[in-house]
Design a protein around this ligand. Structure first.
Ligand SMILES: *Cc1c(COP(=O)(O)O)cnc(C)c1O
Length: 716
């Protein structure tokens, strides 16, 4: 670990501190977090919880003092012991359930992974899902290997101008400041692999990220040996044009398979998280034909060991390229597959109206043995969307199943709530988190105690929002209206709605402003005020999304709403934690059925922030009439404006008649009894069913284990 040769040495007593800091395991384990919080709370906050960065700025005296502080040492010893146990434990769920599969592994390919805010290699939901999947796999002992990109400039940082326009800036990541290390060959030299792109060879550096038992390998083309334009290939997540995109996908798919081989890893299953990694199939068929297999036999073999998860019904979410573009960039990739080039290209052929193109989702659908959507409803939508790939087949028989998404509970649960669960559910509640029965004990938590925690979580959110606003005021000197828009006038005790997600048309970020007067009346009630906190980025190329964002921001600037609408900029995992934990209600109003699953609402619900949502994605399965609210305007027509108007009206009615009254109805002790019943139902019903634990177990039981045991029922 070269960075540690330049850092001040650690005191002997805590000489494994750096080892702990570079394993992101610390981030989802209380012990691990406590170590760095106790080390220096100011730096912990200043670095947005980045222990690797903290090490560079922490004075050696602080480390010496920590090594003598009994309270710190208790946390340290416990974290070190637990990390060692997590890495080596033999009695994991996986080991106990599948003793015959020891030594096998699963490669999980994803263009983004959201493990921690300090590693900005994610844009949104897809990355969060991948990150949560890896963490849960680690907890369960599932031998997963992640393959993705190390984007040196990551995803953009967002600032909002005085006119409400999103400004994007990319920050070059400093390797020393993040929990990554170079992957090396056994002789210690950096692991670099060559990938043919077009008529040239691009070198790919492989980085390693540790997440407990799971390791991620991240590909990076920013090497001196590469031409300047090739160095840029992996610079940014979703930064480039179509030509860049296909080259990135070649690096991910073909480079990823080659990197695994260079690492000496031989996964028995390849899981493609979204179509971006579809070229995995090309390299694997090529490898098999090089060993003498026919194209058909190779494809058959690939199908038995390839799984594909599709994530969106929105057409723009499915990459398609003209055939000449594909041929140009794949020119150097064929090898022994040359004679079968047309057969391979046919696997991706799909006509979405504008003539046939090479479609990455079609490629994955045709070459994976099993495909799943991410919620029950999304399964239906996906089957009809891709029905034409199975001509003559009734839609119900299109071979696409579903595994509803879930969220990694230890990552998303507020520490104060986790303590309460320990008290009322038992010390090992996390071990039984997917058992619905244990969650009935939520009902035994005294309302007063749970309400006190909910109040505290809202205050943490407001402290965070205020600190950000203060920073913009004192450091950036932005004008007063923007300081108000940043949330300075929010009231710590008022009913708070959260709306944080990517700003894009189908998520309808402006729906709640359909009738501004009606909304203003709800917000500005003297007795029972309401406030809304918005956050979210718009994709840099999504002009429509940016206009939505601008109009929402202008509402936050508008005195009509009395400073009760706030916009928190630069939405990321860190902001998301505060919001899902600290808001009272989580608003989600996509245009049905375009939200495949959605996960932020699950994070909120397990924290006792009930979901107020259209019956789309996971909420179509999760809503039970008592655990949140269903926005149902009843519109089914193709007249989008009518549907929007009906949904908006339903939303206002719910707010006016149910949500505001329930929140403000207090007993003699000031406790909102009716509200607490909803909060408890939210936690009780959502935590077990929408935990990543349930999700990862389903992937294992239905797909990973059967594929590794060579008994996967390939659907066709
Ligand atoms: C959870 C999360 C998302 C995904 O939220 P959706 O509800 O699926 O839109 C996006 N971005 C961040 C930072 C998140 O934490």
């Amino acid at each position: 670990m070269d960075r540690y040769q330049t850092l001040s040495p650690l005191p002997d007593r805590i000489d494994q501190l750096d080892e702990l800091a570079v394993d992101l395991w610390w981030s989802w384990n209380t012990d691990g977090r406590d170590v760095f919080r106790h080390l220096d709370y100011t730096l912990w906050k200043e670095t947005a919880h980045n222990p690797v960065r903290m090490r560079w700025i922490l004075p050696p005296e602080k480390l010496e003092a920590a090594a003598r502080n009994p309270q710190f040492l208790a946390a340290y010893d416990s974290a070190i012991a637990n990390l060692a146990a997590a890495r080596t434990a033999r009695n994991t769920w996986w080991a106990n359930t599948y003793p015959d599969l020891q030594g096998k592994s699963i490669a999980y390919f994803s263009a983004e992974f959201a493990l921690h805010q300090s590693l900005p290699i994610y844009a949104g939901g897809l990355g969060v899902l991948a990150g949560d999947h890896c963490k849960e796999a680690s907890d369960l002992g599932v031998p997963l290997i992640g393959i993705g990109f190390m984007y040196p400039q990551g995803y953009f940082h967002q600032r909002i101008s005085a006119e409400g326009w999103q400004e994007e800036s990319y920050e070059r990541l400093s390797w020393e400041d993040v929990a990554i290390e170079k992957a090396t060959f056994p002789d210690g030299s950096p692991l670099i692999t060559a990938v043919p792109v077009g008529d040239r060879t691009v070198l790919v550096q492989v980085w390693r990220v540790r997440a407990g038992r799971v390791t991620l390998y991240l590909l990076d083309t920013d090497l001196e040996e590469n031409a300047p334009w090739d160095r840029e290939l992996s610079a940014r997540l979703y930064g480039g044009d179509r030509e860049t995109r296909i080259q990135q996908e070649i690096i991910l798919g073909i480079g990823g398979v080659r990197a695994l081989k260079a690492l000496g890893l031989e996964p028995g299953v390849f899981h493609l998280n979204e179509g971006h990694a579809g070229f995995v199939v090309l390299q694997r068929i090529r490898d098999l034909t090089e060993q003498g297999a026919s194209f058909d036999d190779a494809l058959e073999q690939i199908r038995k060991t390839t799984l594909f998860t599709t994530h969106t019904p929105v057409p723009a979410g499915h990459d398609a390229f003209p055939f000449h573009t594909v041929e140009k960039h794949l020119a150097g990739c064929w090898g022994s597959l040359g004679p079968h080039r047309d057969r391979f290209l046919a696997l991706g052929a799909y006509d979405n109206g504008g003539g046939p193109q090479f479609n990455m989702t079609a490629l994955a659908l045709r070459s994976a043995g099993v495909t799943n959507a991410v919620s029950e409803l999304h399964g239906q939508v996906t089957r009809s969307m891709w029905q034409s790939l199975w001509p003559g087949r009734p839609v119900e028989q299109v071979p696409v199943g579903y595994v509803t998404n879930g969220v990694h509970v230890p990552t998303w649960i507020a520490a104060d709530l986790a303590d309460l669960f320990t008290k009322y559910l038992g010390a090992n509640w996390l071990d039984r988190q997917d058992d619905p029965a244990q969650w009935d004990a939520i009902l035994s938590i005294p309302d007063e105690e749970l309400w006190a925690v909910r109040q505290a979580l809202r205050r943490y959110l407001f402290t965070f929002v205020r600190d950000r606003a203060r920073n913009r005021w004192t450091v950036e000197r932005v004008g007063t209206p923007r300081i108000v828009a940043a949330g300075t006038l929010l009231e710590p005790d008022a009913l708070t709605l959260g709306f944080a997600r990517r700003f894009t048309g189908y998520k309808r970020p402006e729906l709640i402003f359909t009738d501004p007067d009606r909304l203003a009346r709800i917000l500005s009630s003297t007795e029972r005020p309401m406030q809304i906190v918005f956050a979210g980025k718009s994709h840099p190329a999504d002009e429509t999304g940016k206009h939505h964002l601008q109009r929402v921001y202008k509402r936050a600037l508008d005195p009509t709403f009395g400073g009760r609408i706030a916009f928190v900029d630069d939405y990321d995992l860190h902001v998301a934690h505060y919001l899902v934990q600290g808001c009272d209600v989580w608003l989600n109003n996509p245009r049905k059925p375009l939200e495949a699953s959605g996960t932020s609402g699950m994070k909120a619900a397990v924290n006792g922030t009930p979901h107020l949502s259209i019956g789309d994605g996971w909420w179509a399965e999760g809503y039970n009439r008592t655990n949140g609210w269903l926005i149902d305007g009843g519109g089914t027509s193709d007249n989008l404006e009518a549907v929007d108007a009906a949904d908006a009206s339903a939303l206002y009615t719910l707010l006016e008649n149910e949500i505001v009254p329930a929140f403000y109805e207090r007993d003699a002790n000031g406790v909102p009894r009716r509200w607490m019943a909803i909060v408890k139902e939210s936690i009780r019903t959502v935590a077990p069913r929408f935990a990543a634990r349930r999700m990862v177990k389903q992937y294992v039981e239905r797909m990973y284990a059967p594929a590794l045991e060579q008994r996967l029922e390939v659907s066709r």
